[in-house]
Design a protein around this ligand. Structure first.
Ligand SMILES: [Zn+2]
Ligand SMILES: [Zn+2]
Length: 316
């Protein structure tokens, strides 16, 4: 099959959802255009932005960093070491290797040093690893961005991630979550930094193909703690629909983002669903919160207490 764009080279990537097939060079052009169009349409980034790119060592975040650098954005990478045996070391290696190849040194946050490695924290506070991980990541994205004077935080969520989340929110009629779901969450005066998902228009298959053809080395294993995550079930269901009806995912998501959709408040609904009153500074760390202390500090305190209980000698 010939490339549908240049009609000369052999096609290297087949994209049924776009009724297209491209040679490597044309696919690079196509992919980057999808990303830049996604940025432009929703005004995710401005040329003068300082972008903190959150990299996990997986394909999506490294591809995102790669594209943003190639597009001329001023970027730095942030890697959060979750402290998960083996997996964390392997993903950190990939991040460091990629960063070095582009002459960059990523910012690294080590959760073991911060006193809250994910596996131990999950045992201590009896919460799902993924929800602890989410809270901790959100906290450091914001803190590192504020400390480093970044204007925006970018994550590598792709179309598959966003539609899986949308399907889950719809199936459970999570109206608050639906109202907030958007590739752009604006910053607030109280110190929340703007968050964007520039890969929202590209699928996982496209991102993987881009990473592979570009020679970016990434971890292919899923996080070992998220094996039974329900989002994988929604992804599988959507993949089966997409196989039979190519293009369904993007139609589903674009329809949701349509400003006339009453379920979606989008960028305007920046405050968290449980927010009551006005935000203030966390008494322990100064981060913006709606309570006395922020959810990260509360979690850290619970981990510290559980630890000291275990360490205390049994009396009598
Ligand atoms: Zn071509
Ligand atoms: Zn705090």
């Amino acid at each position: 099959m010939k490339c549908k764009r240049c009609r000369r080279a052999e096609a290297a990537v087949d994209l049924p959802s776009h009724h297209a097939a491209f040679c490597t060079d044309c696919f690079f052009l196509f992919f980057r255009r999808q990303v830049t169009e996604g940025i432009r349409k929703l005004r995710l980034l401005a040329p003068e932005d300082r972008v903190l790119v959150c990299v996990s060592g997986g394909k999506d975040s490294l591809v995102l960093w790669d594209v943003l650098m190639d597009e001329g954005y001023e970027t730095e990478g942030l890697y959060i070491d979750l402290g998960i045996d083996g997996y964390s070391d392997r993903s950190k290696e990939k991040v460091l290797a990629y960063a070095t190849s582009r002459g960059k040194t990523p910012i690294v946050v080590d959760l073991a040093k911060e006193g809250i490695p994910i596996p131990e924290a999950a045992r201590c506070v009896r919460m799902q690893e993924c929800s602890i991980c989410g809270t901790v990541k959100r906290y450091f994205f914001n803190r590192v961005a504020a400390e480093g004077k970044f204007t925006v935080v970018a994550t590598g969520h792709n179309l598959d991630d966003e539609t899986a989340r949308l399907l889950g929110n719809l199936l459970h009629w999570q109206r608050d979550h639906l109202a907030r779901q958007h590739p752009l969450l604006p910053g607030t005066d109280e110190g929340l930094v703007r968050k964007v998902k520039p890969l929202w228009r590209v699928s996982e298959v496209e991102t993987a193909a881009y990473g592979f053809l570009k020679g970016i080395d990434y971890v292919t294993e899923e996080c070992p703690m998220s094996e039974d995550a329900t989002s994988l079930v929604y992804k599988e269901a959507l993949s089966r629909i997409e196989d039979r009806m190519p293009g369904t995912r993007i139609v589903f998501y674009k329809g949701f983002l349509d400003p006339s959709n009453p379920l979606r408040k989008g960028p305007e609904a920046a405050a968290p669903a449980d927010a009551v009153g006005t935000p203030r500074a966390c008494a322990a760390c100064g981060a913006p919160t709606y309570a006395e202390t922020c959810s990260y500090c509360r979690m850290k305190e619970r981990v510290r207490k559980a630890r000291s209980l275990r360490a205390a000698p049994v009396s009598r």
